[in-house]
Design a protein around this ligand. Structure first.
Ligand SMILES: NC(=O)C1=CN([C@@H]2O[C@H](COP(=O)(O)OP(=O)(O)OC[C@H]3O[C@@H](n4cnc5c(N)ncnc54)[C@H](OP(=O)(O)O)[C@@H]3O)[C@@H](O)[C@H]2O)C=CC1
Ligand SMILES: CC(C)(CO)C(=O)C(=O)O
Length: 302
């Protein structure tokens, strides 16, 4: 099956970056799902990605019964429920939905509405930031994707080829859940610690107390991951520490950026989900309990 049309729902930092890269490859490929309010707003102030202005094609409904082959869903986890409602009219019987969202639950929630045969699991490594209508990113990034039961390989191979042609680094994996947890541990540990301590990445290079906390919280995540059935361990903690040491020392995790902008964070997807899984598997998760309640206490003041 050839991929001739790709829609995006979510034109924020990550969505705009990838929508722009695909438009650069083929301007007829991409449309963006919006409501009337967003359409007017986005058309009035066009989105710029790394300084280049993009006049994306915005759609508020399906035209001529032509459903997209693929939809990238790229919203924050606290926007997912509304996004699913807005997505429903655009999902045809052959449309696949790729969630680029952080965390491990969005695909399951999507599958509850659309079925697993419509859902592609994915994880994105990127450092995109959106301020006003300007999106900037520094790293070339990478998308890793796959089907949780390794089904739908035809369209996944097609997507792999298309991303390669568009020069978007990507990997089609048969171990997508493991790949998602390897990123999830970075978010649960790195995002949440930098949020609470208000630290840029540079602190990971020198601060032994911070790195001790990485070990403590990391081990808690690994215990839960192993009970969930995903085989990650100390190598993922070591890799996370290494990653945090080589990125821009002044850069900040998205969760710290949320705090600075007084936006609600994705804490429910991070420690919230670890606590929930901990209860399910009868594993104590005291570090995540502490983090969750501290983040919520801060957000309560908004
Ligand atoms: N930024 C990054 O580099 C990375 C982000 N991620 C993950 O990707 C996800 C998205 O992050 P990010 O792009 O940074 O977040 P942003 O907040 O920048 O973008 C989210 C966008 O979704 C739009 N949106 C929300 N609800 C709807 C809806 N119902 N219909 C249409 N558009 C909607 C918002 O529009 P509006 O502003 O108009 O309300 C906003 O532009 C998160 O899970 C994040 O953790 C993962 C890896 C890297
Ligand atoms: C991996 C990391 C920490 C990169 O910035 C991230 O995903 C985030 O900030 O949300």
């Amino acid at each position: 099956m050839k991929i001739n049309s790709i829609y995006f729902l979510g034109l924020g930092a990550l969505g705009a970056k990838y929508a722009a890269s695909l438009v650069d490859y083929n301007e007829n490929l991409v449309k963006v799902i919006v409501n009337e309010e967003r359409k007017i707003r986005y058309e009035t102030e066009a989105i710029c990605v790394n300084g280049k202005k993009y006049d994306f094609e915005y759609v508020t409904s399906i035209q001529n019964n032509q459903f997209p082959d693929l939809i990238f869903l790229v919203v924050k986890s606290n926007q997912l429920n509304d996004a699913i409602n807005d997505l429903k009219p655009f999902v045809g019987e052959n449309t696949m939905i790729v969630s680029l969202m952080n965390g491990i639950t969005s695909e399951r929630i999507l599958a509850e509405t659309f079925g697993w045969n419509r859902v592609v699991n994915a994880v994105a490594y990127m450092d995109a930031v959106k301020q006003g209508n300007h999106v900037t990113y520094g790293s070339i990034g990478r998308i890793i994707f796959g089907h949780v039961e390794n089904k739908s390989q035809d369209i996944l191979n097609e997507l792999h080829q298309l991303l390669n042609d568009a020069e978007i680094p990507n990997e089609l994996t048969l171990e997508i859940e493991r790949a998602q947890w390897a990123k999830y541990i970075v978010n649960v540990v790195g995002n949440q610690l930098t949020y609470l301590l208000e630290f840029p990445y540079g602190q990971f290079r020198t601060n032994e107390y911070l790195n001790h906390l990485v070990d403590l919280i990391g081990k808690e995540v690994i215990t839960v991951a192993n009970a969930y059935g995903v085989s990650i361990g100390q190598p993922e903690i070591d890799k996370l520490k290494k990653t945090m040491k080589i990125v821009d020392e002044n850069g900040k995790t998205s969760m710290l950026q949320d705090r600075e902008a007084k936006r609600y964070s994705e804490v429910d997807e991070f420690s919230g989900e670890i606590i929930r899984l901990g209860k399910q598997y009868e594993i104590e998760t005291p570090y995540n309990e502490l983090i969750y309640n501290m983040v919520k206490a801060i957000e309560k003041t908004y």
